[in-house]
Each structure stands twice: as structure tokens, then as C-alpha cells.
Design a protein around this ligand. Structure first.
Ligand SMILES: [Zn+2]
Length: 441
């Protein structure tokens, strides 16, 4: 087992993880690779299992969601399961099925907006493409692989202010018309438009030369910013990066479960499709976690008793109070960057936190000298949600919603504090080592 990471080491891992994870498929692959290296055994959901305590396992679903499980030597009934959940997806622009456009001799790709993306920051960025392609093999079977163009191959140019004098006052963004990226200029305006699938096939052969693909059958690829994640600020107080929501929490959970001991049982679940409601075969609203628990503990009564002794930390970023927009937060509940993880509370159950789960988390923070903050939305404003209430209602496990405070959530470049992810990692590590059942008297 590796030793606990320092803040500098953790943040370096975070920057590397985000850079190598431009899509949920890549994030899941990155997590699975780390788990395999640490001795976790991959299970096939389509095969029979015989799980043994003292061993470590993981499963993937749709290549974009993953559960890691440390099967502790102590009885599940005695200790319950320490669970931590996060999501692998982030808002982005996804390429449409028949995307090719040739306008004025420029090759463009039609895109859909995935999730609640903040669109303005997508203009004038150096964009690349990555995702999963499904192809026909030489043996006429269907297979999938991940591709990543890595280089800047596309951009969405802004309209010049001279052509829209009201741009700074009232420019709105029409997603069908305004965010279509430009990929190349043809030698002649009337050139034949290349087929996007043939571009993907060439990239697949480049990325995976051992594969014998004869045809791309379909694809799920999206645009991403090639600008690398960095520490930023005069004193390097911040992390600037794409997809901090919620790859940051995925890495917190991963690094923490890699430190888990063999005595008690620990579980990490990172699911896709949170940004679009989590309803899918591999989303938090789907049966993935429930089915895993059913196979781990087939007897219903025993399973319910184990769940009663368990707790889920749902980790997803929170909104730090923005110094330019202080009035967007309740005056007593404006979390600051670098002042610790945030417990998220909502009277209408948009967050699953209860006074008991919150109390447990506060005590854990106190015992490990980690500062903690509280967020509740302004009473006259709506509030986001996350996987916490979904998992709590699907599985019946008591849950707490927490996350690190950030600015610019759902922008193509978000901002977090340099200390907070490491704080949350310390607490997640302590949580995974919590020695007994998690019950409140
Ligand atoms: Zn999120």
C-alpha cells in the first residue's frame, strides 16, 4: 500500500488524471488502470462471481462508470460498507451522428450540448476531440475502443465585435447556429466533404495500431479544451482546469480507496450521465450499485442490515462565493476557496445530507484537523443537485453531500483552491479506514 499523498503530490496526480481523461470513457479507463496496478481484480458482470473477503475488485459498465470494492476481512454485518460516489461526466459539446458541414469551403461539425454547459467560454479555444468509437472487426464482430486526437484540431471563432456592436451588452448564444466548430479549409470551396467516420477510422488506426477495424459503425466523441490544467495565481493558490466537476472528486475517491486497509469494506462508485439526470444503465439512477450489492450479499435481509450499517459520501463540487457576485450566496453560507470541503444542505432534499450524516462528517474533519464549511442556497434561488439524493433513494443508504468549493462551475475552465481537494482526500482516506459500523444512536 502506498503512503498518504502530500498536497503537492495529490495535486500533481489530479492534473495528470484530468489531462489523461478528456471524456468519461477515458476517466473510467484511467481509474481502472490505477486499480489494476494496485491489485484490484476486474470482474465481468456477465460472468459468475465468487467474491472472497480480503480481496479487491472492480467492475466497469458502458466503459464510462466504475465501481471499486475492497472486500474487508471483517464481517460486512459487523462493519457495513464505506461508500463514496462521484461522477465521471462533465458538460461538453458532443459531435452529432451525421455532423459534416461544408460552408464556404470550411469543414465544420454539428454538435449537441451535453448537460448544462456554460457556452460562452467555448469560443476561441484550441479544441480537440476524444471519445469512444464502435467499429466492425475483420471477423465481422462489433468492438469499441477509445480515441483521442490530443492536438488542437478545431475552434469556435467568436463573431467580431464590429459585426455585432451589442455583443458586450446583449449577445446570447444559439446552440444550433453559433457553436459549430471549424476543422479545416478545403483547397476549393466545392471540394468533396470528407466523411467524419473515415476521419475517426484513421485516428483509431493511429491510436490503436494493433486493431483490425474495417469500418466505424458509430461513435460518441466530444470536444475538449487542449489547454493543460495548471496551478494558477501569484501564490499558486488555485487550480485552473476543465472538468474539475467532477473528476476532482473521482480522483479524491480513487486515491483514498487505494489507501484502504483490508479489514473493513470500502466502495467507490463513479458514474456517468450525472449532468443529464443519471437515468441510464450505468448512471446513478440505474441499477448498477444495487445489482452489485445484490451479488455481493444475495440474502435480502442481510443486505438491508449491511446497508443500515453503511454510509455514502456523495462528492461533487460546490459553489464558492465569487468576489464579484457576493449577493448570489446566502450571507451566512458562502464557502471560500481553500477553506475546506463543503457540506451541502437543502431542505427540499436536493442534497441528501441529514443532521446525522453531517454531524458524522464534521466530527471526522475535526478529528483530522480539516476545516469544513456549509452551503445552503439563497432561499429565493434554486439549487443544483447531484447523485447523493439519487443513490440514497435507490439504495436506501444514509448519505451526505459534500464537495470542494469552486468558481465557474460548468465552464470549459473551472477554478478550485489548491488546498481543498487534498483536504477532502484526507477525510475520504480516514472514512475508508473507519473501523466499525456507521450507526448513530
Ligand atoms: Zn457535478
Amino acid at each position: 500500500m502506498s503512503s498518504v499523498l502530500t498536497q503537492t503530490e495529490f495535486n500533481q496526480q489530479l492534473l495528470n488524471f484530468i489531462q489523461s481523461s478528456p471524456t468519461p470513457f477515458h476517466a473510467t479507463h484511467s481509474i481502472a488502470t490505477r486499480l489494476s496496478l494496485a491489485g484490484f481484480i476486474e470482474l465481468d458482470e456477465g460472468a459468475a462471481w465468487s467474491l472472497q473477503s480480503g480481496k479487491r475488485y472492480f467492475i466497469k459498465r458502458n466503459d464510462s462508470s466504475i465501481i471499486a470494492f475492497v472486500y474487508g476481512k471483517k464481517s460486512l454485518l459487523e462493519t457495513g460498507i464505506r461508500m463514496l460516489g462521484a461522477h465521471t461526466d462533465s458538460p461538453c459539446l458532443k459531435v452529432k451522428p451525421q455532423p459534416e458541414l461544408n460552408r464556404k469551403g470550411y469543414l465544420q461539425l454539428g454538435v449537441e450540448v451535453y448537460g448544462g454547459a456554460l457556452l460562452a467560454p467555448w469560443f476561441d479555444r484550441d479544441l480537440s476531440l476524444a471519445g469512444r468509437v464502435t467499429y466492425k472487426t475483420a471477423e465481422n464482430t462489433v468492438a469499441s475502443a477509445l480515441i483521442d486526437f490530443k492536438q488542437a484540431i478545431a475552434t469556435i471563432p467568436s463573431l467580431a465585435i464590429h459585426l455585432d456592436r451589442e455583443a458586450n451588452n446583449s449577445r446570447s448564444i444559439n446552440p444550433q447556429r453559433d457553436i459549430v466548430p471549424v476543422l479545416l479549409q478545403f483547397a476549393q470551396e466545392q471540394s468533396l466533404t470528407p466523411n467524419f467516420k473515415s476521419i475517426l477510422l484513421a485516428q483509431l488506426k493511429k491510436d490503436c495500431p494493433h486493431i483490425t477495424a474495417t469500418q466505424i459503425l458509430d461513435f460518441e466523441v466530444s470536444l475538449y479544451d487542449t489547454q493543460e490544467p495548471v496551478l494558477i495565481g501569484l501564490q499558486q493558490d488555485f487550480i485552473a482546469s476543465a472538468r474539475l466537476d467532477n473528476l476532482l472528486s473521482c480522483l479524491v475517491g480513487l486515491e483514498a480507496i487505494l489507501q484502504a486497509n483490508d479489514e473493513v469494506s470500502s466502495l467507490l462508485i463513479c458514474t456517468d450521465h450525472e449532468e443529464v439526470g443519471s437515468t441510464s444503465c450505468c448512471g446513478a439512477k440505474g441499477p448498477m450499485l444495487q445489482q452489485f450489492l445484490e451479488r455481493l450479499i444475495p440474502d435480502t435481509e442481510t443486505r438491508i442490515r449491511v446497508i443500515e450499517n453503511s454510509l455514502m459520501i456523495s462528492a461533487d463540487n460546490a459553489h464558492g462565493v465569487h468576489p464579484n457576485f457576493i449577493d448570489r450566496h446566502d450571507e451566512n453560507h458562502g464557502p471560500l476557496l481553500n477553506r475546506g470541503p463543503v457540506v451541502k444542505i437543502n431542505a427540499n432534499q436536493r442534497y441528501a445530507t441529514t443532521s446525522e450524516t453531517s454531524g458524522f462528517f464534521h466530527l471526522l474533519c475535526e478529528q483530522h484537523q480539516v476545516p469544513v464549511q456549509v452551503f445552503v442556497a439563497r432561499t429565493d434561488m434554486g439549487c443544483g443537485s447531484t447523485i447523493g439524493p439519487i443513490v440514497a433513494s435507490e439504495v436506501g443508504v444514509k448519505t451526505i453531500d459534500v464537495g470542494v468549493p469552486t468558481f465557474a462551475m460548468h465552464s470549459i475552465r473551472e477554478l478550485a483552491g489548491v488546498a481543498d481537494a487534498h483536504y477532502l482526500y484526507q477525510i475520504a482516506t480516514a472514512f475508508y479506514q473507519y473501523p466499525s459500523a456507521i450507526r448513530f444512536i
